[in-house]
Design a protein. Structure first.
Length: 110
């Protein structure tokens, strides 16, 4: 199994994602050249939070040991067995996660 990136846009943070799902995906592809899966917009906090984010928040803590997602680009690392490994702050640069990600990849993928 290879490494997969999944993006879940959310408009709960400063209304930074006002576009519809198709426009968001097109914008990401044109502006940033992303080739990974961009899902439809979800709620990540509050009573209407998507079940995935309810689970992720329940099993990790973020900034100031709070469970809520505080801003876009919060990152969650899930291993190939679907287990939550870690949560990273929005300002964490993806390239700084290389070593921890590599420890989670099957040996044949490294």
């Amino acid at each position: 199994m290879a490494l997969r990136y999944l993006a879940f846009p959310c408009n709960q943070f400063g209304q930074n994602e006002p576009l519809d799902n198709l426009a968001i995906r097109d914008f990401y592809q044109m502006q940033f050249g992303v080739s990974f899966k961009v899902f439809g917009k979800v709620m990540v906090n509050g009573p209407d939070a998507h079940p995935l984010f309810s689970y992720l928040k329940c099993h990790t803590r973020g900034i100031s040991q709070n469970r809520a997602v505080k801003w876009n680009f919060t990152k969650f690392l899930i291993n190939s067995q679907g287990q939550l490994v870690a949560r990273y702050a929005p300002r964490t640069k993806p390239e700084t996660l290389k070593q921890v990600i590599e420890t989670q990849l099957p040996t044949e993928s490294r």
